[in-house]
Design a protein around this ligand. Sequence first.
Ligand SMILES: [Zn+2]
Length: 239
Amino acid sequence: MELDKMLQYQKTDIVVYKLEREYQQSKERELLMRCKKAFEDKKSTLIGLSKELDNTLATITKLSETIDELVKSGSEWNGFDANAVATEEELAKIEKDFADYEAKVAELSKELTKAVKKEDEIAYENKRLHEEMEVLNNDFRHLTGLLKKKEADMLEKAKPHVKILKTLAPDIDKKLFEKYQELRKGRKMPAIVPYNEGCCGGCGMDISIEVGKKLVNAYDVAECTHCGRIVYKPKPKIE
Ligand SMILES: [Zn+2]
């Protein structure tokens, strides 16, 4: 029977599957993934920071220009002679204009100081992020090396089993085999399970109403309507 070969295949493949899972769930791999994620997070922070820096630099340029212009236009007060002004009202107005002008320059200078301080902060943060990324990069390289070794070990351990699988595969029904691989990919292992007293041997649900009629003789197969595994009618036990 073809199912015999399939079940034999599955039995050996479970050993390989477990080795693969052990590797995938290894601490080194988890650390590597975490390291990668932290690096990506910092990278996106860095991109945001770079935009912020551009904006701040633009603000500084604009403020500097505005202040320069104001200072230039303020030169008209140089050598101002109060005696030359005709009336008290005129003098009061000029004094007020000058006070406004000074206030404006002071306000813009304050804004400029703030922007320059921000630029410094961004530069500092930028440097810090780069240093942290450098550390993560080194960790990443180290972990990648460890993991490569672990993967090689895993493949070495799996080798004899994989060899057996290769000899079994050609005798298995293609459709059944494809379905099996699909279930394996979906981590539904074992993928081919016995039908026990109306229940799926994988998920344990009662599927007697849905598939009971299809599972009459030993090795009849059907698909579990709940988990999608392949259920088969087991061979009667020989006493
Ligand atoms: Zn099931």
